[in-house]
Design a protein around this ligand. Structure first.
Ligand code: BGC
Length: 345
């Protein structure tokens, strides 16, 4: 009912404006039709309720993202509930069902498992709740099941390509020992996640596309986790020693762990080994500035939170999305010592 009243008000606002959409609470370049809905639009003054599901609070990047999202939504006047899935899909599914029972007006969901996308989408569709999925992208086909659903994230392939380019931009293009090949280890996130898959693939592809020969010494899953990054790098450094020229990490938290192992092994980044991550966490940006990481890639938490809120407001305003138009991407940015300072918060 509240949503119906909100829509009626949105229509009334449109009628009173020469150009519909001109004064709406949010803007988005993601689509052409449909109106945005602001938080305080219900005639009764009742706040619209938004439920936010995060796959786990104990994730460095998702913490920045979650905090940005929460403060943006609250500033706009929404009543926000954010819940921790503890990396447990069964728990998150329950949380989604609870939000549905509580009559949330919109949901923002960072799935624990992308393989659960079908059942998540079926549940929100059945309840007719506008939903924005973030950070873990379902397939276009899965999303097509529900037209009041969008994905906001980034094109993971781009971040992988940027990592490869960071290596190509070094003086020896990653071939430190000059033996004609770039020998690397890959510390991967959760391999179920498309970000992990595509970063792993495209970082190396950038090198081979540029004509470099590559040698993978090891690939291990570090599940986006700093301690696991440290352990994997420590074991590989003990096993492969100077053969390792490049350490690719699917995210910064694992790269910071790897850096601890690199330093403990007496190696020096940018002299006898290269190290790249993704996210541009403050801790990583400081290491890039200090020359202890070769570079990273900005995974724009603020930009994605802004877009997620804008897309949610479009959905609340009645906009629907056709198959193939349900993924909205925010650009990654390559970060080197030259621009790292610009991104430190
Ligand atoms: C980030 C990782 C994060 C993961 C969570 C990725 O986009 O780069 O740091 O752990 O999302 O799904």
């Amino acid at each position: 009912m509240k949503r119906f009243l909100a829509l009626m008000l949105s229509a009334a606002v449109c009628l009173s404006l020469a150009a519909c959409g001109g004064t709406n609470a949010s803007t988005s370049d993601s689509g052409s039709s449909g109106e945005s809905q602001s938080a305080e639009a219900t005639p009764t003054g009742e706040k619209l309720k938004v439920g936010v599901c995060i796959y786990k609070f104990d994730d460095a990047f998702m913490t920045t993202y979650r905090n940005a999202l929460q403060s943006m939504l609250e500033e706009k006047g929404y009543e926000v509930t954010v819940v921790d899935g503890n990396n447990d899909q069964a728990k998150q599914t329950e949380q989604i069902n609870t939000f549905i029972t509580q009559g949330m007006d919109a949901l923002i969901i960072n799935p624990v498992m992308t393989s659960a996308a079908d059942s998540i989408i079926a549940a929100v569709k059945q309840a007719d709740i506008p939903t924005v999925i973030i950070n873990r992208e379902p397939t276009a086909e899965q999303m097509a099941a529900y037209e009041k659903l969008v994905y906001v994230g980034c094109d993971a392939a781009q971040s992988g390509t940027f990592q490869g380019e960071l290596i190509l931009e070094t003086e020896n293009k990653g071939d430190i020992n000059g033996d004609g090949k770039v020998s690397y280890i890959m510390i991967q996130g959760d391999p179920e996640n498309i970000d992990a898959k595509l970063r792993t693939e495209y970082s190396v592809k950038a090198l081979t596309d540029a004509g470099m020969t590559v040698e993978q010494l090891d690939l291990q899953r570090g599940d986006w986790d700093r301690n696991k990054g440290q352990e994997i790098a420590q074991n590989d450094l003990a096993k492969f020693g100077d053969q390792i020229e490049v350490v690719f990490c699917n995210n910064d938290d694992m790269a910071i762990g790897a850096l601890q192992a690199i330093q403990a092994a007496g190696r020096k980044v940018n002299e006898d080994i290269y190290l790249v991550g993704v996210d541009a966490l403050d801790a990583a940006l400081n290491e890039v500035v200090a020359g202890n990481m070769t570079g990273t890639v900005l995974n724009d938490a603020n930009g994605q939170a802004t877009q997620a809120v804008a897309s949610m407001e479009e959905l609340l305003g009645g906009k629907t999305f056709a198959e193939g138009e349900q993924s909205i991407y925010v650009d990654y940015v390559k970060v080197t010592p030259e621009n790292a300072q610009d991104y430190i918060k």
